[in-house]
Design a protein around this ligand. Structure first.
Ligand code: PRX
Length: 632
């Protein structure tokens, strides 16, 4: 099945066609897939509600498209290559036939344990093949998967389980990450103390470590797998049936369960995968993300498998056993397409170049970047040292909410411009708006990035909170989806994402709400109030800077230590502030609003122009904070 565009002229004509006649365009793409029943109409939409339906009344199962459909033609082709954390442990390769069998068996295990269509099943696992298998097994039986990144704390996991009222959790005893062993099951045990909805936890034996199993509730996956056979007919799903929920952070409140549905997500992830990366048949593709994030969902699991690709999964981290691990894996598996995040590039750039030069990297053809803006220096380093100046870099802009890549070069087709995501994919209609909500026409302009027409893999709702979905994404600018990002369009119409314009920060490619971190800090008994902002960080892109007001004189070092522990417990280690400054007060307006602009400037170390501070309740506090910041 090829959905591939092969020249820039074709891109332009396809793009125009997708705008002038979206229904015809997407119907043509959707026909490449296996549908049990065809759709009645391609698209129904209303951004006011919002209410968006693609391939209305179409019936399908996405796993029949990821697996069954390939059995006759490429059943013996490797679907998943799994590279373990420890380079000396054996690699696992699963052909499409073997993956199909494993998914069917796992699906039967789910059924034996009471799972049925429409259930929400939480998956909290390390990056092992069973994670991909579990995800597909849920989709096979029509259960909605909610994968939670295994770096989140027990508290954060419980919050997500409860929000979606999951009845089953799929997990493992422990996980390996670099030199560490992570106690996954005991985190789950702690989380489940506050989750009434969970009836069963199915546990993979990964390390063989000692874990406690609660009778009746906890079962071992390997024992359950012995009880089932490998036939499992796929559940027939409506195109608009929910496929998964994935939690992400916003500027306010608790994390949002972004809901994606079946038909449109399938068509768009495969279409974008094949076009952006220009995947061809025998290539090995590697995306270094974790399946706990949207990148892993769309471009480790669904997009590649729908396209019959060989997708590599890596259990470990880029610096274990040493900083050459990525490049060793590229050579070992002859990886052709490599997709990673700028933060990883910058971290590896900071290491000795010998870690790169020891390896040939001659198999590489295409490089990708995702998750945050890639600065020019990192882009050039990636291009020169990894791509040897012959591999196009696709800088892919998208979001959990968009489901798939929205703005990106097509490898080898679109002209590149460092740190520009360049042009929208066919079917995507971005626009820039000013603060009054007026669309900014023409080129060489800057504004807030919106999308003005539906695309197949867009979010449909926030789980259980449709009104919040409307407020967050469809109310700021009437009739448009608002991304939360700022963006420039250069004189040639190329797009450059400049970063978030709301209180969301992007730390090492992980999206975080400053409010969430503040809520965690405020849990400390000595903390009265806190304010968190992002600041430029050489490796992480953005670091977390926390200003904290205390009730009394404290031992600052001890308080800092305790605050890091609290954040780790409430959210997870990824949310730990890099800098904590204890302050006497915060710059507030007379109406009590914190002037974050000032705090951002101080955190950046740019205090030359703090702007007008005369409207502050206590302008003197600014000087005091500035002075304190010098010692942080
Ligand atoms: O600010 C943008 C940034 O990451 C945000 C989305 O985060 P998340 O939902 O976690 O998804 C990340 C993986 C798709 C966006 O609002 N972002 C993502 N990709 C890029 C980017 N910023 C600049 N350039 C990119 N290529």
């Amino acid at each position: 099945m090829s959905l591939k565009i092969s020249s820039f002229e074709e891109y332009q004509s396809e793009y125009n066609r997708s705008i002038n006649n979206p229904n015809e365009f997407w119907a043509e793409k959707a026909k490449h897939f296996y549908w049990r029943e065809q759709w009645d109409s391609v698209l129904e939409w209303d951004f006011k509600e919002p209410n968006v339906k693609w391939f209305v009344n179409g019936k399908l199962n996405i796993t029949e498209n990821c697996l069954d459909r390939h059995l006759e033609t490429i059943g013996g082709k490797v679907a998943i290559i799994w590279e373990p954390n420890n380079p000396n442990e054996e690699v696992v390769k699963l052909t499409y036939r073997q993956l199909h069998e494993q998914v069917c068996k796992f699906a039967n295990v789910l059924k034996n344990n009471g799972a049925k269509k429409g259930d929400r099943i939480c998956i909290y696992m390390p990056m092992v093949p069973e994670l991909a298998i579990a995800t597909l097994a849920c989709a096979r039986i029509g259960a909605i998967h909610s994968v939670v990144f295994a770096g989140f704390s027990a508290k954060a996991l419980a919050e997500r389980i409860n929000d979606a009222t999951c009845n089953i959790i799929l997990t493992s005893d422990e996980g390996y990450r670099g030199s560490k062993t992570i106690a996954i099951k005991s985190i789950v045990d702690e989380a489940l103390e506050s989750c009434d909805s969970i009836q069963k936890s199915i546990v993979l034996k990964r390390t063989g470590g000692d874990v406690s199993m609660q009778p009746k509730r906890d079962v071992w996956l390997h024992e359950e797998m012995l009880k089932v056979d490998e036939t499992c007919n796929a559940e027939e799903m409506d195109a608009e049936d929910e496929l998964f929920v994935l939690y992400t952070s916003g500027s306010t409140g608790k994390p949002k369960g972004i809901v994606h549905t079946t038909g449109g997500y399938m068509v768009y992830t495969a279409y974008s995968f094949q076009n952006v990366f220009q995947y061809s048949n025998d290539e090995v593709y590697w995306c270094t993300a974790d399946i706990g994030w949207i990148t892993g969902h769309s471009y480790i699991v669904y997009g590649p498998l729908l396209s019959g690709a060989t997708t590599l999964m890596f259990e470990g981290v880029p610096t274990y056993p040493d900083a050459g691990r990525f490049w060793e894996i590229v050579d070992k598996h002859q990886v052709n397409i490599f997709y990673t995040a700028p933060t990883a590039i910058r971290a590896l750039e900071a290491c000795d170049i010998d870690f790169v030069n020891k390896h040939s990297l001659s198999s590489l053809k295409v490089l990708g970047s995702v998750g945050e803006p890639i600065n020019e220096e990192a882009w050039e380093w990636y291009h020169k040292n990894i791509g040897k100046e012959k591999c196009p870099i696709v800088d892919t802009w998208w979001q959990t909410e968009t489901g798939g890549i929205m703005i990106s070069p097509l490898a080898g087709i679109t002209k590149l411009k460092p740190s520009f995501a360049t042009l929208p994919l066919p079917g995507i209609q971005p626009c820039l708006v000013d603060s009054d909500g007026n669309e900014i026409e023409g080129n060489d302009v800057e504004g807030n990035l919106c999308v003005k027409f539906p695309w197949p893999s867009m979010l449909r709702t926030i789980y259980g909170e449709h009104e919040r979905c409307k407020q967050t994404y469809f109310s700021t600018y009437k009739g448009k989806y608002f991304t939360g990002d700022g963006c420039k369009r250069d004189e040639n119409g190329m797009y450059r994402i400049t970063g978030r314009v709301d209180d969301v920060i992007n730390v090492s490619g992980h999206r975080m709400g400053t409010a969430e971190v503040e809520d965690a800090l405020d849990q400390h008994i000595d903390v009265v109030e806190s304010a968190v902002v992002g600041y430029p960080h050489d490796i992480k892109g953005q670091g977390i800077y926390a200003y904290v007001i205390c009730v009394k004189e404290v031992n600052e070092d001890e308080l800092r230590k305790e605050l890091l522990e609290i954040v780790t417990k409430e959210i997870g280690p990824i949310a730990k502030p890099d800098k904590i400054q204890i302050v006497k007060g915060l710059p507030k307006t007379r109406s009590g609003k914190i002037m974050r602009r000032i705090l951002r400037k101080i955190a950046e170390g740019d205090t030359s122009n703090l702007g007008d501070i005369s409207t502050l309740l206590d302008p003197d506090i600014v000087k005091e904070i500035q002075k304190g910041a010098e010692n942080i």
